[in-house]
Design a protein around this ligand. Structure first.
Ligand SMILES: Cc1ncc(COP(=O)(O)O)c(C=O)c1O
Length: 392
């Protein structure tokens, strides 16, 4: 029992120590730091959506609470976006405005999961997804997946199936994927959903990068599949699509039967998403189309340039490269901590692969949209000696 000064067991599962010590080390040796460990953009959002453009004169009570469900006009704008982008009609009652996808996933996990319940978490994954599940006292069951899709003989269905137990409650799917840059094919989605259907799992669809794709066609939205429409809960966000990460506005939607409970739970988390930025979000959704297209082209160029420079496969979407650096570690090194220190000594911060999955201790994640292209090129030049392969 965590009486003073102890804290709960599941609170020990989260930590940000790695990042802060590497940053401290980088700052000791460099005036200029390249924060490629943070998943964010160097681009400022479309003007009308910016914080400084939301005015009390236009929105009386700008700084008051918003309705728990979200500003009705914002819900309308999102429903319109979904119709235009996905050809699907959502009822306003199916939509909950959230303080980003992070809060969305957290609130939904609070609704669905009891301590000890398990969630299938194909890895590598967005680091916070594991922590969000763990902070509910539930168990994120890591299944090496996105990096294995091209392995001859890899069976997506069997790999997930073998991780199911009687405590499994949900499957988390993220395409385009942070960090691997992979976009799931129809066949892989079919395989994943067969497992979800067979075992009556909720399907948690993380759509954070739905607009950041580099092939001609947009990625398939998993939540739209008719076979899981009754059990799919989707998380959308303005953070990536519109460069509004600090605005903390996102959308969760799912079957109407569960949305009232999700709204109820949301009341006890953040009550509502920030009201001033909900008005900014309306502007982003209604006026941000060209901005999104421009970002997609710029991010594609940055992603391809980074991949080509480092000699790895080009990303299909998202804002990251996930790099296997096992051949760059010294003999006996069990993980990439020393490698990350070498990068930090060059002023470049990368994310340890282990935060994206226990099987990725010898991998690192790099965000290619965190700094403008010229600074990205400078960072890659600094990384060149660290990434030099022994045979080169
Ligand atoms: C896959 C994925 N989902 C969700 C989020 C968080 O989004 P938000 O800023 O809306 O909380 C991120 C942020 O990096 C992400 O990579």
């Amino acid at each position: 029992m965590p009486r003073f000064p102890n804290i709960s067991d599941h609170a020990h599962t989260v930590s940000s120590r790695v990042y802060s010590s590497l940053e401290h080390r980088a700052r000791l040796r460099n005036d200029d730091i390249y924060p490629l460990h943070v998943g964010d953009t160097y681009r400022d959002p479309v003007e009308a959506a910016r914080a400084e453009r939301q005015l009390t004169s236009e929105h009386p009570g700008l700084h008051k609470y918003a309705p728990v469900r979200g500003e009705p006009e914002l819900i309308d704008a999102f429903v319109g976006y979904v119709k235009a982008r996905h050809g699907e009609t959502l009822e306003p009652e199916q939509v909950q405005v959230m303080s980003g996808a992070t809060a969305g996933l957290s609130v939904v996990c609070q609704v669905l999961l009891a301590p000890g319940d398990e969630v299938l978490l194909p890895s590598p994954f967005w680091p916070l997804s594991r922590g969000i599940i763990a902070t509910k006292g539930a168990v994120p069951v890591q299944v090496p997946f996105y990096t294995r899709l091209d392995e001859p003989g890899f069976d997506a269905e069997a790999s997930l199936e073998s991780a199911v137990t009687e405590r499994t409650v949900a499957l988390y799917v993220n395409t385009p994927n942070n960090p691997s840059g992979r976009v799931l094919s129809k066949a892989t989605i079919d395989a994943m959903l067969r497992v979800a259907k067979r075992h009556d799992l909720w399907v948690l669809c993380d759509e954070a990068y739905e607009e950041i794709y580099f092939d001609q066609d947009p990625p398939e939205a998993v939540w739209k599949r008719p076979e899981v429409r009754d059990r799919a809960i989707a998380f959308h966000t303005l953070s990536k699509t519109y460069g509004l990460a600090g605005a903390r506005v996102g959308f969760t939607h799912g079957p109407e039967s569960i949305m009232a409970t999700i709204a109820g739970m949301q009341t006890f988390h953040t009550y509502c998403a920030p009201r001033p930025m909900q008005f900014g979000a309306i502007k982003a959704l209604r006026q941000g189309g060209a901005w999104v297209e421009q970002s997609r082209a710029l991010y594609r160029e940055a992603g391809y340039m980074t991949a080509d420079t480092l000699g790895v496969a080009r990303p299909r979407g998202g804002t990251f490269l996930f790099l296997d650096v096992s051949d760059l570690l010294d003999p006996g090194e069990e993980d990439c901590s020393v490698f990350l220190e070498r990068c930090a000594d060059q002023g470049v911060l990368l994310t340890p692969g282990r935060s994206c999955g226990a099987d990725y201790a010898k991998w690192v994640r790099l965000c290619f949209t965190a700094v403008p292209p010229a600074r990205l090129a400078a960072a890659l030049a600094r990384l060149a000696p660290v990434f030099r392969r022994p045979s080169c």
